[in-house]
Design a protein around this ligand. Structure first.
Ligand SMILES: [Zn+2]
Length: 101
């Protein structure tokens, strides 16, 4: 499965900005606003995002390489869409907080 790092490397412009913005939603505990994000955490949530999308797609189409690629593309599109919303929250973070309640 594709990683945020690979997405960042492959694409340019808007996608890169979206990846960086998604990373910024995952700061280290107690880190300042200008600190480097916790990329391991962000990667984990990006993978989870693909899995959630794939889960939905797999129900409809069966799980194949196509499904994985489509889910990866959709996850990247989702980051792009999210990045048009000011101060958006990572959907996986939101979900985990909700599950923890
Ligand atoms: Zn998250």
């Amino acid at each position: 499965m594709i990683t945020l790092h690979e997405v960042h490397k492959q694409d340019s412009g808007d996608v890169k900005a979206a990846v960086v913005a998604f990373g910024a939603r995952h700061p280290f505990d107690g880190a300042g606003p200008d600190a480097e994000p916790d990329w391991k955490w962000a990667e984990k949530h990006f993978t989870r995002l693909i899995e959630v999308i794939m889960g939905t797609a797999a129900l409809a189409q069966g799980r194949g390489t196509d499904t994985v690629h489509r889910a990866e593309n959709e996850a990247v599109q989702l980051l792009l869409t999210l990045n048009t919303v000011p101060d958006y929250r990572c959907p996986i973070c939101v979900k985990q907080r909700r599950d923890a309640l």
